[in-house]
Design a protein around this ligand. Structure first.
Ligand code: M6R
Length: 608
């Protein structure tokens, strides 16, 4: 989603801000712009399309200036045109604003401003905010921004500069992430840590309702009234290499191949072999409190929603606590039944997904205990929940979630183990589960070593217009995830279904042009899925099956098979999802798609 970066310090800001925007590209965007204060006033340059367009527009004319703001825009209000790109300026062209989020009462404010003579160029809510700040400006940018923000409803992360105060950058957040980077005699704001890392590891995470005022002497955090707020300075652990491609053609491929390591990192320090359980100190729940939980709701979006479904299978099977999985966007608006014995778990890679955050807040307001399984350290959801565990999968830059998905499943397995051992799971069963978890990274590596086989398979199905993914039990969510991966990066239509549901509709689609991917490890529902494969074959469909090694029955039936190492049934999704990620990747690359930044998609969806 939109990216913000701002700078004040001794260095020339132009190239520094462009580099920052490049680091933010992965979030997804459709136009970009930059504003600098160059001594002679405010200079704003913006273009539609990719950052390369902005770079071309700036060739030989990057404005000078040691204070500036820059933005990548993911369109919400108005088409992705140059006029609608940020920064936007006020009526007099003195104040420039960049903004992530949506100002919900923009139309009313715009009308009021038009009535006093303002004219607008763009269709955006951000231009309205810039005009409002300008209208309230009486020589002090900080006060004008605070006054304007008191008038607006909605969500924002903003950065503002003014030609009339060339040594001040004001930024504020409500519902849209913003981080302050603290360097040596220089300061930054950004919507996430990636543009900051090459300059500083010291950051301050702003909370909703907070403003930061950056000057050449330092920074101050305050609320919209006048109260100053003391904020801790945190250190980012990720280094630059982690957010670079390291020899891989795409971030997505790099992240797929990182999964042995990311899984080890997710599990590290949590497995207690002797006791046959998991240590999860961050849950902030005592054993008694955990035992009292009589219902669990897991809420998430997209890929994280798919891992939540796998969590439902695991928790119900091993811990025997009823679980519901809710799309966060539905949960937050549907008057959910929640009480203090309900545990609500939010799952999110970014920790910034607006709907998941709102669902967590809704659950808290209704008295539920809340936990988060989150990847990005210091993200808003991580700070909002009462406890949880970080995934430690490392930065995920590719828009298509891969390593975060398998780490989410691993983290859910840890939570399930902890809960199950407090219920009826024996120490022996616990130890066996731990052993299976420990073996996973090597088994993942075995699958990755066969990536060329998946690449050849992808070659054969490049021209498909539809693909059906079918699985049963804990591999039904893997079917959903496999289909999502393919459609989001290759633009081939794909659907995931529980295999038996196929007979209730999708079977009508099957003909000799329809590839059907079966996720069919030798688990408790193997014989059932064999019947489903027969049904597809009887109608001429092309079957690609993920099977355990030596599954002669399915090898005989299927057109293509890919072998998966054995593991316990409930952990098979960590293995079966791998070839599906690779398949989607290779198909998309061969079709010439931009796999790291698929069209219309944003990495972190910070608007509802
Ligand atoms: O950061 P989150 O895990 O909260 O993001 C949720 C979804 O937006 C995300 O998983 C999305 O579906 C990905 N593009 C899937 O690859």
């Amino acid at each position: 989603m939109c990216g913000i970066v701002g700078y004040i310090g001794p260095r020339q800001a132009g190239h520094l801000l462009l580099d920052g925007l490049r680091r933010l590209e992965y979030r997804g965007y459709d136009s970009a712009g930059i504003a600098l204060l160059n001594g002679g006033g405010l200079e704003v340059i913006k273009t539609s399309g990719k950052l390369s367009n902005l770079e071309k527009a700036l060739v030989g004319r990057v404005p000078s200036g040691t204070l500036g703001i820059a933005h990548t825009r993911w369109a919400t209000h108005g088409a992705p045109t140059e006029i609608n790109a940020h920064p936007h300026t006020d009526q007099d062209g003195n104040i420039a604003v960049i903004h992530n989020g949506i100002i919900e009462n923009a139309t009313a404010i715009r009308t009021a401003l038009v009535n006093i003579g303002h004219t607008f160029e763009s269709d955006t809510d951000t231009e309205v905010l810039a005009h409002l700040i300008g209208a309230l400006f009486q020589g002090d940018l900080e006060e004008a921004v605070a006054a304007a923000l008191k008038e607006v409803d909605g969500a924002y992360g903003i950065a503002v500069i003014s030609a009339q105060q060339p040594d001040v950058l004001v930024a504020a957040r409500k519902g849209s992430p913003l981080i302050v980077g603290v360097g040596t005699d220089e300061w930054f704001v950004a919507s996430d840590a990636s543009p900051l890392l090459e300059h500083t590891r010291s950051v301050v995470y702003l909370d909703d309702g907070e403003m930061v005022v950056l000057t050449r002497d330092g920074y101050r955090v305050r609320d919209l009234q006048v109260t100053e707020i003391q904020k801790p300075v945190s250190q980012i652990e990720w280094d630059l290499a982690k957010i670079e491609r390291g020899g891989f053609e795409h971030f997505m491929l790099k992240e797929i191949f990182e999964q042995p390591e990311s899984l080890r990192n997710t599990l590290r320090g949590h497995l207690l072999d002797d006791e046959g359980t998991a240590r999860l100190l961050g849950l902030n729940l005592t054993d008694d409190e955990l035992k009292r939980i009589d219902r669990i709701v897991i809420t998430a979006c997209g890929t994280s929603w798919h891992s939540s479904l796998i969590g439902e299978y695991m928790i119900e099977e091993l811990a025997r606590v009823p679980v519901e999985v809710e799309y966060a966007s539905e949960f937050r608006y549907r008057n959910p039944v929640i009480d203090e014995r309900t545990l609500v778990i939010g799952i999110s890679q970014s920790g910034e997904t607006a709907d998941t955050l709102a669902a967590i807040r809704e659950a808290k307001a209704r008295g539920a205990r809340t936990l988060g399984l989150v990847n990005v350290v210091g993200s808003t959801i991580a700070r909002e929940v009462e406890g949880g565990t970080y995934l430690h999968a490392g930065p995920e830059i590719g828009v298509a979630s891969t390593k975060a998905f398998t780490s989410q499943i691993a983290a859910l397995a840890l939570f399930t183990l902890r809960l199950a051992r407090l219920k009826d799971m024996s120490i022996l069963q616990g130890r066996q589960f731990i052993q299976a978890l420990r073996e996973l990274p090597d088994k993942v590596q075995q699958i990755l070593d066969r990536a060329p086989d998946v690449e050849r398979l992808a070659e054969e199905f490049l021209d498909s217009s539809n693909v059906l993914y079918l699985g049963r039990g804990v591999n039904f969510p893997v079917a959903l995830e496999g289909a999502l991966k393919l459609k989001e990066i290759s633009y081939i239509h794909a659907e995931g279904y529980p295999a038996a549901e196929m007979k209730h509709g999708p079977i009508a689609l099957i003909d000799e042009n329809m590839p059907v991917v079966f996720i069919a490890p030798k688990d408790g529902v193997h014989s059932k899925i064999v019947s489903n494969i027969e049904e597809v074959k009887a109608r001429g469909g092309k079957v690609i099956a993920l099977v355990n090694e030596g599954d002669a029955e399915i090898e005989r039936l299927a057109d293509k098979t890919f072998p998966i190492p054995d593991t316990v049934d409930l952990l098979t999704p960590i293995l079966t999802s791998l070839p599906l990620q690779l398949f989607a990747y290779y198909v998309a690359v061969r079709r010439g798609c931009n796999v790291d930044q698929p069209r219309n998609l944003a990495k972190s969806v910070t608007v509802e």
